[in-house]
Design a binder for this molecule. Sequence first.
Ligand code: SF4
Length: 317
Amino acid sequence: MIQFDNKQLEKLHSFLDEFKNCTICPRNCAVNRFEERGYCNSGVDISVSTICVHTGEEPVVIGDKGICNIFFSRCNLQCIYCQNCQISSVTEEVVDYHFKIEEIVDMIIPFLNDGVGAVGFVSPSHVVPIVKMIVTALKMKGYSPVFVYNTNAYEKVETIRGLDDYIDLFLPDFKYADNALAEAYSEAADYPEIALAAIQEMKRLKGTTLMVNEHGYATSGVIVRHLILPNQAENSLEVLRRLAIEITPRITVSLMSQYYPTYKAIGHPELGRQISPREYEAVQAEMERLGLCNGWWQDFESPEFYRPDFTSEQPFE
Ligand code: SF4
């Protein structure tokens, strides 16, 4: 197994000090996570549900070999339609393995040696010190892949600022422009303002232009994702408008149609179906009208393809 000397281990473990009075995310629990738990129900361990090479992200992100994604257990946003609910709940049992830093690095390095060019942190908002620890540990061993921060965007500006030296590519969602919807679906009434400020900071750090290498794969920048929800096309239209007006129409946007009802959305009066072609077309048209021309939209058939099972060793196969 990979080894670190005592000085290196001391540096790596010092990142955990941030957990002693945890105000990492906008929940601002101010708890000592060595002793108690806040909203995210997480301690200080490297708590992960799966590490795998994922080919289901945008082509510019995955390159030709996929991205090595680390899916953290639990989340600071509790969306009732979460498509990763097997790993994200803070109130129910989730798929959750605890690792030492040496073990995590040991699992990632073979993928990098195999030519995978990016490491992605998925649902990282409540474990930012661990993200910094893993990035630092990989760099100590001479590895510098593209580090991707795949977040729900319910993040504090100062936390994002603190990631500048660790993260190359930010991949934030922008889920809601409607406060009541954000509260009803994700227990976060202040989500629209918080997420926009976080995305603004990501843009300030990495710029508007998505940087790519000679093969066309992203090396630095910001890609904003938006998942269209059924019966909520108006929210999607407003999300796009706020991105165009408050961030910039030149920001890269990935429009996602892969919604399907799962978790608490099954049988839900609004969320209990897939999106309709009409809803999808209305959102696409607004994206064009606003001049948000950097980015992509998923094929309408996408719900058939995104059905991960995190109890399996290969959740996406
Ligand atoms: S990371 Fe967890 S404990 Fe810390 S402020 Fe956010 S929800 Fe609370």
